[in-house]
Design a protein around this ligand. Sequence first.
Ligand code: NI
Length: 139
Amino acid sequence: MSQTVRFGVSMDAELLAALDGLLARKGYANRSEAIRDLVRDAIVEDDWDADDEPTAAVLSLVYDHHVGELAKRLTRIQHDQAGEITATLHVHLDHRHCLEVLVLRGLPRVLKKLSDKLVSTRGVKHGKLLVTTAGSRLP
Ligand code: NI
């Protein structure tokens, strides 16, 4: 780990009060840890915008497996891009509903396209892509 550096930050009093409120609601012990997390989030977001290095994401899908050929269609799409899918977890939520969690690795634009394809498949009730990082750019 690199050396820790202290620096001062000037901020509008109302903005600081809003930050403190946010910290309290989220349970942060101090401003430094919260600011570190905000900076890490900004770096991850910038990585996704840059789209020049493989990264990682988690996609969740909830669907009704009784709908037509839905399970087969979702499986076919996943097999077509098996290279981007590192792991899958399937949970039978109840009699009808399945939850699938996919761990994805690859270029941001490729992962977004794969996610859009799966989430927009007719019969998928909810899908959410959580973009994260492979970690190489985060100190
Ligand atoms: Ni199932």
